[in-house]
Write a new protein. Sequence first.
Length: 392
Amino acid sequence: MILEGVTELALPTVEEEAVVERRVSAVELLWDLVFVFAVTQVTTSIAHKPTWGRFGEGMLLLALVWWAWSAFVWAANAEAEDSRALRGYLLIGTVLIFIVGLALPQAFGREGVLFASAYALVRVLHLALYTNASRQGNAAWSAIAGFAVTVAIGMALLIAGAVFLDGWQRAAVWTLAAAIDYAGPAWLTRERLRGLQHVAVAHFADRYGTFVIICLGESIVAIGVGVGTADRSLTPELVIAAGLGLLPAIGMWWTYFDRFAERAQACLRKHRDPVLAAADAYSYIHLVIIAGIIIFADGAKLTVEQSAQAPMPDAGRLALCGGVALYLVGLAAFRLRIAGDKSPGRLVIAAALMALYALGGSIPAWSVAAGISVLIGVLCIGEALTERGEEA
């Protein structure tokens, strides 16, 4: 039922859904490329100076980058694949996000105003694209107008923090700005959100799967870059360390894409409240999944930059173990929200990873990486056997 005050949308029947579904357009893939750059900048900035302060700044910047990307997925989902408006807005946004990525390493320093201004323009472009979808009858204007208020407040705070503040004060105001922007559809306008649009499920789920691939690719790049900057010969020891760093990335890919990604689409397609389910499971919970992968990427880079025989520093060990653990917690929450699945095995492995961090202070770096690989491998084998048993 469409709530009172929300423009009623002509939602398609199951028979009509095949017509509504659409593919990812070429311009969206181009748009993704600049986000690869922005995510790389986040990873590099954290790994360059692995302190708690820098980590917090990096996670805040990642949350902002993620929210800009996710917002455009929703607006694009309400447009036709060949929409000229979609192409125009995304091409302009591509330039702006590239500027955001350039300014990102110094966002809390001298490039704060540039970062905040370019980012705010991206969020305004998102609202403009959604307005176009509303004029075509593909999105409810009352829902868009509701969260447009929180976008405006959040972006005003972002720019004000860049212009007038620095250091921890800027970080505090930017955290508040992000919280307000996130709170718009999550809480302040949640009831209106139900009638926002019809979710073209295949396009929607594919877009979020693409971002997971982007971040897994960044973890692989981080390992390669770490090997390249290690300033030593490509010895068997270094090759083994790099390979052990790669195995958890493969395991994370497996746990996300082997069977369940398609099942999640089916669950969303049949869901009685698809817009809210999609917002919770993809826009919000996926941030935890993405953050886990990025943290792991930083740990993998730090691992290959040092001797594989030496004990890992606390920061690198925590990033490796904690990143994968956070990913598994996010994946468990995703499966629970979209399909109602409980994930005790994933949570047990996440706890085991944190135990490995706590107890692994004196063991060689390669042993930590091997332990993570074994744990994620056990999870993958367990999931495969469980699913095979259910199919039988």
